[in-house]
Design a protein around this ligand. Structure first.
Ligand SMILES: [Zn+2]
Length: 243
């Protein structure tokens, strides 16, 4: 298919979000990215169109592996990371810019002109990457924040920015559910700190360090070692905290 980001129409369910057609990596390489993922906030879509123009002019191509994620998609990606099905870290729902139509994951290893050149073009049009290396973890993840969100960083930092972007497009239906699971993760983190003497920050985000601590806890108390704080792990933790 053509190497471009084509705006198809407005998305009826999300404010300021458009459906787009971009070359994906699923099925036949270059076939359009599946519709449920192929959505962007309009300014991000316009900027991505310019990226394609420049990439093509330079003799390259750009395939997209991920774009918009619903609450359920994001939670699933996070659970897949927790269970080890997916090796790259994925934050829990409500903490990803993918839920705001302002993030893309590219095939960084198949560009013809090299990821370095593609990164320069993306940057020129406002797409930023928080990983410094061209081959490291999440090097393929780019975000279009725009002037509007670049500086939305209160005390909660990145999370606050991601949340503001979600609010803008009206993707906030399941925020209460995310808050509840966040409180549970906070309780897990402070519990692990008490029992293991770890110094986890009780921020409610089940990240790398929390997963490592859960693994250490499971080893110590001879539970199934999977890094997932399931019912047995939680029951053991509660038992120890009460003792
Ligand atoms: Zn990503």
């Amino acid at each position: 298919m053509e190497q471009t980001c084509e705006i198809i129409e407005d998305d009826a369910t999300l404010k300021g979000v458009v459906k787009v057609r971009v070359p994906g990596i699923y099925g036949t390489k270059g076939a359009p990215l599946p519709a449920r993922m192929a959505k962007l906030a309009r300014p991000a879509a316009v900027a991505l169109r310019k990226v394609y123009d420049d990439v093509v002019a330079a003799g390259g191509h750009l395939y997209i592996s991920d774009m918009f994620r619903s609450f359920a998609d994001q939670q699933k990606a996070h659970e897949d990371w927790k269970t080890g099905r997916k090796s790259a870290y994925s934050p829990p729902a409500c903490n990803s810019v993918h839920e705001s139509g302002r993030a893309i994951d590219i095939d960084a290893f198949d560009t013809v002109i090299g990821h370095k050149k593609v990164r320069e073009i993306l940057k020129k049009h406002g797409w930023v990457n928080i990983v410094a290396t061209l081959t490291g973890s999440e090097c393929w993840h780019y975000e279009f924040r725009g002037a509007k969100f670049e500086n939305v960083r209160g005390e909660k930092g990145y999370e606050e920015m991601a949340r503001a972007m979600k609010v803008e497009i009206g993707n906030v239906k399941k925020v209460a559910a995310a808050e509840k699971s966040k409180d549970q993760v906070k309780a897990l983190q402070s519990g692990l700190n008490k029992i293991l003497g770890t110094k986890l920050i009780a921020d409610g985000i089940y990240g790398e360090k929390t997963k490592e601590a859960v693994i250490a806890f499971q080893k110590k108390f001879k539970l199934q070692v999977d890094g997932v704080a399931g019912p047995r792990t939680m029951a053991k933790l509660e038992e120890l905290l009460k003792a």
